[in-house]
Design a protein around this ligand. Structure first.
Ligand code: FAD
Ligand code: UDP
Length: 383
């Protein structure tokens, strides 16, 4: 009998497998329907010997000392600050929009406070910021919104920005300085030997048994376990009884070139031209030296592997129903991007699973205390 059956070997499931196994007295079975660990962060060396990310570019960044410290037990790091350019009006300019972006685009030479005034003159006042359109237009106005956000968002989500929660485009700030970095987090590093290696180290504990190519649906009635941790899509756990939660998927198209460099930045975004959203060149991210270079194009689509929960009110309402149902199940826990239907980055998923670990420990302690006091009562009654 396993103490825990964990479904999904991505960050959400693997962090819990590692934490529970480290207690020493818990046996964990970790399953994944895919043929590899790491979930969507899985990386591997392609035919040319170049390290690539199977499910699109994954750049690690966090402000959480605890998360960084925890993951540092399983990997060394390579410092890496991601830079993204957007192909707009025939130019490649930095995104997030900043001083360099506006000055290049309009042939200006604005300083910080002049740019602030420029944005104010363009911004459209909104009483209430509700959608992804409001977020951008209320800061930089319609023109920049249309150049950088409208087309990209439509491609990425299959929806107008006005149909998406504000939180989606709010991930990309607007700056008045000249900081060209995509992220400003305190910790910005890539696992030195890749994500898969990090996961191998994380899952090496003898109390963790790993079964790949194993769908939960096939084994749920065969494998005996006391508690379940589920990191797959929460609606699929409940056979979509309240309806299917929508997810956005992506086709990843890889190419390798016989040159050392393909493009001038780790990622280039294509908001208004091309059917893909962005191209990423992996060697920027990994720091690998190689005479060739591999890139990935991202073509968003509706059907396929569920990669992105879609943040909008009607979906949140449906998720809340599943969440309430989940709360009625004893010893079943949901975590992760799919398990809790949240547009979370890797570090947020790690933090969420570390928090869940504490909750599970608390529950176990309570159950043990209840069990002990009921045993004492039985003994007292028998005397
Ligand atoms: P997943 O990694 O999706 O793992 C869930 C696992 O559960 C999967 O392996 C799946 O096969 C398995 N599973 C599902 N159902 C079943 C079942 N029934 N039986 C068995 N197994 C099952 N985050 C960042 O911080 N930085 C980035 O740069 C970044 N870039 C991203 C780019 C893309 C294109 C995508 C899609 C995501 C990106 N993310 C990024 C987000 C990151 O991938 C997630 O935050 C993180 O991987 C989520 O981990 P998870 O364990 O919750 O889910
Ligand atoms: N976005 C955009 N233009 C860009 C970059 C981002 O419109 O050049 C919007 C788009 O809606 C995207 C969201 O901002 O889905 C979040 O961007 P991020 O780069 O964080 O997306 P992810 O890396 O998670 O795919």
């Amino acid at each position: 009998m396993f103490d825990f059956l964990i479904v999904g070997a991505g960050f959400a499931g693997s962090v819990l497998a590692e934490r529970l196994a480290s207690l020493g007295n818990k046996k964990v079975l970790l399953i994944d329907k895919r043929n590899h660990i790491g979930g969507n962060t899985f990386d591997y060396y392609d035919h040319h010997g170049i390290l690539v990310h199977k499910y699109g570019p994954h750049i690690f960044h966090t402000n959480s000392h605890d998360v960084f410290d925890y993951l540092s037990s399983f990997t060394e790091w390579r410092q890496y600050e991601h830079h993204v350019l957007a192909s707009v009006d025939g130019q490649l300019v930095p995104i997030p929009i900043n001083q360099n972006t506006v000055n290049s685009l309009y042939g200006l030479n604005l300083n910080c406070s002049e740019l602030s005034d420029f944005f104010k003159s363009k911004a459209e006042k909104k009483d209430y910021i509700k959608t992804s359109e409001d977020v951008v237009i209320s800061v930089v106005g319609k023109e920049l919104y249309e150049k950088f956000f409208k087309g990209y968002t439509k491609k990425q989500w299959g929806l107008e920005p006005s149909e998406l929660d504000a939180s989606v485009t709010a991930r990309v700030p607007t700056r008045t300085n000249r900081d060209n970095r995509y992220f400003t987090d305190v910790y910005q590093s890539m696992p030195l030997h890749g994500y898969t290696k990090l996961f191998e180290n994380m899952l090496s504990h003898p109390n963790i048994k790993l079964m790949l190519n194993t769908d939960y649906a096939e084994v749920q009635n065969i494998i005996p376990f006391k508690s379940l941790i589920y990191t797959g899509p929460i609606d699929s756990y409940f056979n979509c009884c309240y309806g299917k939660l929508p997810y956005r998927s992506i086709d990843f198209k890889f190419e390798t070139f016989d040159t050392e460099r393909f493009q001038s930045s780790g990622t280039i975004n294509y908001p208004n031209t091309q059917p893909y959203t962005r191209i990423t060149e992996f060697k920027y991210l990994t720091g690998q030296k190689h005479p060739k270079t591999s890139i990935v194009y991202e073509y968003p689509k509706a059907e396929g592997d569920p990669y992105y929960p879609i943040p909008r009110e009607e979906n949140t309402k449906m998720y809340k129903k599943y969440q309430l149902l989940a709360a009625t199940l004893p010893n079943v826990y949901f975590t992760g991007r799919l398990g809790t239907y949240r547009y979370y980055n890797m570090d947020q998923v790690v933090a969420q699973s570390l928090t869940l670990f504490k909750k599970i420990m608390h529950n176990e302690l309570m159950q043990e205390t209840e069990y002990k006091s009921s045993m004492i009562k039985i003994e007292e009654n028998n005397q």
